[in-house]
Design a protein around this ligand. Structure first.
Ligand code: MN
Ligand code: MN
Ligand code: MN
Length: 278
């Protein structure tokens, strides 16, 4: 059985519709797929329809943004009830926070002489929630900067005029949301936060203490020693293990749907946890 428990559709920052995503999962012989869009479950309905057609088991998923110290971390929720009022309220609050940040970015840009950025970014975002990449694209599209990098360097990056600081909810809050909807909470891609190993271990420990259930031991085409190390850290913190591609768009071989090494034998797979297949 091939499980891919982390991927994105165009309901967040992925390129494909849920239907095309499921078609790709079928091609890549994925048996169990979790669609985990950022702070939204809007794609799950269409994903479920397509999954039924292709004979793929769909697990309800989401990737919540959370705060750990000064940095952002991502917590994947799996196997929750989609109609949970607590979960729906949580998603609303995350998106209100996103929307108010977008408004603040737009008003800072207006002060710098750039008008219409909120509407422009919204158009570029399509189905997804407006984020800094859409503002960056807008700045390029109107010729205010030459490329995306320059947009961050001049306006959107740390310390620049349209850099709006943002506090996500702490890990315990997010984990409680997921649990209240009957799901399991997974700390996503622990190697992507640019932490030293010591700090990463501290993060994983805090996640376990906050009630987290599993660690994403395999995220895309990572090196074997990394997988072995994360498997040991998961076990030491009594966490189960998850795996996923973090697929966003075709053409990125290191995070292609269904393509990543198997979980080490010693791991307790997240799909064996009670509540996973809810
Ligand atoms: Mn993403
Ligand atoms: Mn992530
Ligand atoms: Mn992701």
């Amino acid at each position: 059985m091939k499980f891919d428990l982390h991927c994105h559709s165009h309901f967040s920052d992925g390129a494909l519709s849920p239907e095309l995503l499921l078609a790709r999962a079928k091609e890549r012989e994925v048996d169990v797929l979790a669609l985990t869009d950022h702070d939204t479950i809007a794609g799950l309905f269409l994903a479920q329809k397509a999954a039924d057609e292709y004979g793929i088991k769909l697990i309800n998923g989401i990737e919540f943004s959370s705060q750990w110290g000064k940095g952002g971390v991502h917590i994947v929720g799996l196997g929750f009830r989609r109609d949970s009022p607590e979960l729906i309220a949580a998603i609303d609050s995350q998106n209100l926070a996103r929307a108010s940040r977008a408004e603040q970015i737009a008003s800072r840009l207006a002060k710098a002489g750039i008008v219409g950025s909120l509407e422009g970014a919204q158009t570029l975002a399509g189905n997804a929630y407006v984020g800094r990449p859409h503002f960056a694209q807008y700045l390029v599209s109107i010729g205010a900067v030459n490329n995306i990098n320059a947009a961050f360097k001049k306006y959107l990056g740390t310390g620049k005029s349209a850099d709006v600081k943002f506090q996500w909810p702490v890990m315990k809050t997010v984990i409680d949301w997921i649990h209240s909807a009957g799901g399991v909470a997974v700390l996503a891609h622990p190697c992507k936060y640019e932490l030293t190993r010591t700090k990463m271990c501290a993060l994983i420990k805090d996640f376990a203490i906050a009630g987290g259930d599993a660690l994403e031991v395999v995220s895309g085409m990572q090196a074997h020693p990394v997988t072995e190390d994360l498997a040991r850290i998961a076990a030491a913190n009594n966490l189960a293990a998850s795996c996923g591609s973090d697929f966003h768009l075709p053409g990125q071989a290191w995070q292609e749907l269904g393509c990543f090494p198997a979980l080490p034998e010693a791991c307790r797979p997240v799909w064996e946890l009670p509540g996973f297949a809810a």
